[in-house]
Design a binder for this molecule. Structure first.
Ligand code: HDE
Length: 725
């Protein structure tokens, strides 16, 4: 975001921050009590006014520094201790404040307070993240994204710690450290950063067949979201809803983005990582500052307990999803992210999500992945932040906290009095437990009956049906990208035995077409792979008391495809390639028509400053070409005018349009601007061929083609083989 003066940008003043469209919630108002505005006089941590903060105290002007310089030592020591351990996974993230608003009273399903009444609002803080990369890695690797929501409800904090994919690689928590060790940079050289395309990850995957379904998601463009606002979110596990009468049912949580689900393509994502490593966090920040808030609908898939075994998979197996065609997703509320944090470290870095943070009305199931997470998150916050992490402003509930827990590092609250135990006559009745309170948490009284056993349920051993369903649900271009994803990753492996095991143990069992096409791209011989591959590590299994009946099943789930049109182009970025003498009338039409629909127009020229258009008017250059990679735009227009012939002879401009073409983006060329089509060697579609999103015509035609093209998101079926970009 650019600013025209040295005056603190909006928000820079901390306490009195007045942002463009940003909204206050009860939580952001509460956070103000802990927000410290800068004062005129600089002081030490003890409140001492500092006369000189730029010179250390020395023995003579050229002499050694003095140990007594407590101001030097305080400043340097604070600096030395600025970092806390980064998250062991999901280290790179960005977050925003917002609000969840319920569409209706869901009291018949759950007593969870955010759903207690139509229109009820609950403040939230939401953090998005990549999984494998470290905190300083880029926003756009091929990876799963975290989608963690902290609800500050009036009955306590509820954390819904989900991902942007509805399934997971494994279905027992005890394998998680192995999975993460395999995907993280290899320990001897710490390579590669934020990537699954290496031997150890695929070695682990090839021997763990339960990864098959999730691998289909991560090799698809779902692993390359266009922005946070274009991602779905999922609670992944089957959770439990409990009503006030103690009745219970199973639930899967879904976040559906109002802007639709859209992704980048692999070449684009790789280039974005280099050109703008902060692409997605920057976009979220800027959208919120502009008042273009990020929105999702929360949807529930409800399964009554009587249907627990109705499907052809086990509801407790996190490598399975419930197809929406079998259990529709019921929209129950809207999430809006409408305010940026004031301080990255205090809020986004110190926010501590725990799967065990639930409220009355939400309860656990026996999903063994969920059960392990119930331990891991609290444990990791104790390590990362310390025993009083819940007292930090961003983590504190809005309702009062009162108990007899005491002490520990960095205790912030002061508990008066002599009594720190219960029961106590000395302390009176406070704080007392609440056996009768209807809004007190009571664990769901699930009946448990069984022998202790260290084994996987046989109902978890259908590894491939849903991976096949995912393949069957894809459009042909999505299948192409999945094949290319597997091929890229397997070709990246140095030990050639690893891809062979992936082929033999996973791909041939998912779909013969997938296996054949990946074999073609990698040079693998399927028969040989099957001969030499090591066998998967099959863990001990035991039959459960009841198996899934398979009554409810589908072969394909159209809901899984991203091949959909989304209405509206709000927030989409359109590049206008311009220069001296650009057609001013065309520029005016483009700008007014597209900005009226909420799109962002950026004028790009060979240098910064201003250019003069054909009408003699001065036009601000939003970015010089060297600062404007094509990958950060959703569409491109080249208007006519005196600028166009020059652009047609400019390498940067030609590379820009060629790359946008390769990435399937809508392109429009007006008047003299059409010269760039031939100069960039864009293939001309045969007469009568389907619309490939390359428009020539006047400015009005360009506007309607760009709007239609952006709603379609991309043109993935272009002939790009010959495009040099
Ligand atoms: Fe996590 N995960 N996870 N995870 N996870 C963490 O907690 C863990 C899993 C997810 O923005 C850690 O605070 C285990 C599934 C998100 O701060 C840690 C297992 C899903 C975030 C941890 C899983 C997730 C985390 C690291 C297998 C989707 C980022 C730092 C049993 C439903 C939250 C931290 C944020 C973070 C453990 C699997 C989502 C170590 C043991 C499945 C979004 O506790």
């Amino acid at each position: 975001m650019t600013h025209d003066s040295f005056a603190p940008p909006q928000g820079g003043g901390g306490h009195d921050r007045a942002t463009h469209g940003s909204v206050e919630t009860a939580k952001t108002v509460a956070l103000k009590h802990d927000t410290v505005p800068p004062r005129e006089a600089m002081t030490s941590n003890q409140g001492l006014k500092i006369s000189d903060d730029q010179n250390s105290e020395k023995a003579g002007v050229r002499g050694g520094s003095l140990l007594e310089d407590f101001l030097l030592r305080e400043k340097i020591t604070a600096f030395d201790h600025e970092r806390i351990p980064e998250r062991v996974v999901h280290a790179r993230g960005a977050a925003a404040h917002g609000v969840f608003e319920a569409y209706e009273d869901l009291g018949a399903l759950t007593m969870a307070s955010p759903f207690a009444a139509k229109g009820k609002q609950t403040p939230v803080f939401v953090r998005f993240s990549t999984v494998a990369g470290s905190r300083g890695s880029a926003d756009t690797p091929r990876d799963v994204r975290g989608f963690a929501v902290k609800f500050y409800t009036d009955t306590g904090v509820w954390d819904l710690v989900g991902n942007d994919m509805p399934v997971f690689f494994i279905n027992d928590a005890i394998k998680f450290p192995d999975l993460i060790h395999a995907v993280k940079p290899e320990p001897h050289v710490e390579i590669p950063q934020a990537a699954s395309a290496h031997d150890t990850f695929w070695d682990f995957a090839s021997l763990s067949p339960e990864t098959a379904h999730m691998l289909m998601w991560t090799m698809s463009d779902r692993a390359l979201p266009r922005s946070f606002a274009h991602m779905e979110g999922f609670g992944v596990h089957t959770w439990r809803l409990v009503d006030a009468k103690g009745g219970s049912r199973f639930v899967k949580f879904h976040w559906k983005p109002v802007k639709g689900v859209h992704s980048q393509v692999w070449d684009e994502a790789q280039k974005t990582s280099g050109k703008d490593a902060d692409y997605q966090r920057r976009e979220m920040f800027e959208s919120i500052e502009r008042g273009d808030f990020l929105e999702w609908e929360l949807g529930l898939q409800i399964v009554e307990e009587t249907d627990e075994f109705a499907f052809d998979f086990d509801l407790l197996d996190s490598t399975k999803l419930i197809p929406e065609e079998l259990v529709p997703v019921r929209p129950v509320g809207k999430l809006t992210l409408n305010r940026n944090p004031d301080n990255y470290f205090a809020e986004t870095e110190q926010v501590a999500f725990c799967v065990s943070h639930v409220v009355p009305g939400i309860d656990f199931t026996n999903d063994p992945l969920l059960q392990g997470r119930l331990h891991s998150y609290l444990d990791t916050q104790l390590r990362r932040i310390g025993p009083n992490f819940a007292e930090l402003p961003i983590n504190r509930p809005l309702n009062p906290v009162s108990n007899n827990r005491r002490d520990g590092f960095a205790k912030a609250t002061i508990h008066p009095g002599r009594v720190s135990y219960f029961p106590s006559a000395l302390g009176g009745t406070h704080p007392a437990h609440q056996p009768k309170a209807p809004d007190a948490f009571r664990s769901y009284a699930e009946k448990v009956d069984g022998h202790k056993i260290r084994a996987r349920s046989t109902s978890f051993t259908d590894y491939f049906s849903q991976a096949t369903m995912f393949w069957n649900s894809m459009a042909s271009w999505e299948k192409d990208h999945i094949v290319a994803g597997f091929a890229f990753e397997l070709n990246q492996c140095e030990t050639k035995a690893v891809p062979k095991a992936v082929m033999a143990n996973l791909l041939v069992n998912i779909h013969p077409d997938l296996a054949a096409r990946v074999a073609e791209e990698t040079g693998l011989d399927i028969a040989e792979c099957q001969r030499v591959a090591p066998k998967p590590v099959v863990t001990e299994t035991a039959a459960p008391a009841e198996m899934p009946s398979g009554r409810l099943k589908v072969a394909a789930s159209p809901a899984l495809s991203m091949d959909k049109v989304t209405k509206g182009i709000k927030g989409r970025k359109i590049a206008v390639l311009a220069g001296e003498g650009v057609d001013g009338a065309q520029l005016g039409t483009l700008r007014s028509a597209l900005e009226a629909r909420g799109a962002i127009i950026e004028v790009i020229a060979n240098r910064g400053g201003t250019i003069t258009c054909s009408l003699g008017k001065s036009v601000k250059v939003d970015r010089p070409a060297a600062n404007a990679p094509s990958v950060i735009y959703d569409a491109v227009v080249v208007p006519g005018g005196a600028s166009a012939p020059k652009l047609a002879g400019t390498g940067l401009a030609l590379a820009f349009v060629a790359e946008a073409f390769k990435h399937g983006k809508p392109l429009a060329f007006i008047g003299e601007g059409t010269a760039l089509i031939a100069k960039a060697h864009l293939p001309v579609p045969a007469a009568g061929a389907p619309d490939q999103g390359v428009t020539t015509g006047d400015a009005e035609a360009a506007v309607s083609a760009l709007v239609a093209g952006l709603e379609k998101h991309r043109f993935p079926n272009r002939d790009i083989a010959s495009v040099a970009a």
